[in-house]
Design a protein around this ligand. Structure first.
Ligand SMILES: Nc1ncnc2c1ncn2[C@@H]1O[C@H](COP(=O)(O)OP(=O)(O)O)[C@@H](O)[C@H]1O
Ligand SMILES: [Mg+2]
Length: 258
């Protein structure tokens, strides 16, 4: 369960979050949409405890992330997997070393410490889950954008976090690759049975995967609703979304079945 309550955050007088409230239930795929610069990545950083607000609470289960520092925060973050916008793979490491990285550090959530010989097995399984079987020894530089994104998903799901956060997972990808990433997001949610938060400005993939969609504007959540209801709102941003998809609501749930 995630609860952000009355969160305020500004940078040098630029008020980015202005009393933001957000509630995400266990088991859902929740997509947060909003313009570039509206504060989506800032929200994710607050959920990771990496940024602290001037005011407000950021609760994940029983902990307020605004009050966790150092080792306590590190421990808490074993519950969370974050897929960064740029993939953020280490270019000097092979895919296997990248995917094994957090696993080595964290172990599997709720499990015991992993022995070295097992890491290889978990890494291979995880790569297979994201459709990248057998590419362990390649370096990130030789992968396509979609493959890099898959590898960074593999690096998170390998330690079975309860929460998966994706920052603009389809930005810079072509529409077909975007849909395969959307499908993968749904598959990982189904497998981990945790909670998924996706931050996006891509309405097509958002509709394909979301249980609920929230719109952030002016530092607050303006609208939260299931996709169909969300698209009916007479908000200027949602009007633009409707124009972008030509009113085609058959996109809703497209990657959720099978
Ligand atoms: N570390 C920072 N220092 C100063 N300003 C920041 C910082 N991080 C984000 N901002 C500002 O906060 C606003 C929201 O940024 P961000 O959350 O990255 O937007 P987006 O919705 O595109 O992810 C932007 O105006 C950005 O310039
Ligand atoms: Mg961002």
């Amino acid at each position: 369960m995630i609860r952000m309550k009355n969160v305020h955050k500004s940078f040098n007088g630029n008020k980015v979050l202005r009393g933001l409230n957000l509630e995400i239930e266990d088991g859902e795929i929740f997509v947060l949409v909003g313009k570039s610069g509206s504060g989506k990545s800032v929200i994710l950083k607050h959920l990771m405890g990496l940024m602290k607000p001037e005011e407000g609470e950021v609760i994940i289960d029983n902990d307020d992330m605004t009050k966790l520092f150092g080792y306590k925060l590190y421990e808490k973050l074993m519950d969370v997997g974050m897929i960064f916008q740029m993939g953020a793979l280490f270019d000097s490491m092979t895919v296997a070393q990248n995917v094994g990285f957090y696993l080595k550090e964290h172990g599997i959530r709720g499990g015991k410490k992993i022995v070295k010989s097992d890491i290889k097995k978990y890494v291979s399984e995880s790569l297979e889950k994201v459709g990248l079987k057998g590419i362990e020894e390649l370096y990130p530089g030789s992968l396509s954008g979609g493959m890099r994104k898959r590898a960074s998903i593999a690096r998170c799901v390998v330690y079975k976090p309860k929460y998966l956060f994706y920052d603009e997972p389809t930005t810079g990808l072509d529409p077909v690759t975007s849909q395969t990433i959307a499908k993968l997001i749904v598959a990982q949610q189904n497998e981990l049975q945790g909670t998924t938060l996706v931050v996006s400005h891509d309405i097509v993939t958002t509709l394909a995967i979301a249980d609920r969609i929230a719109l952030i504007e002016e530092g607050k959540i303006e609208i939260v609703a299931p996709p169909k209801e969300f698209m009916k709102h007479k908000h200027p941003t949602i009007t633009v979304f409707n124009e972008m998809i030509g009113g085609d609501l058959s996109l809703i749930g497209k990657q959720r079945n099978g």
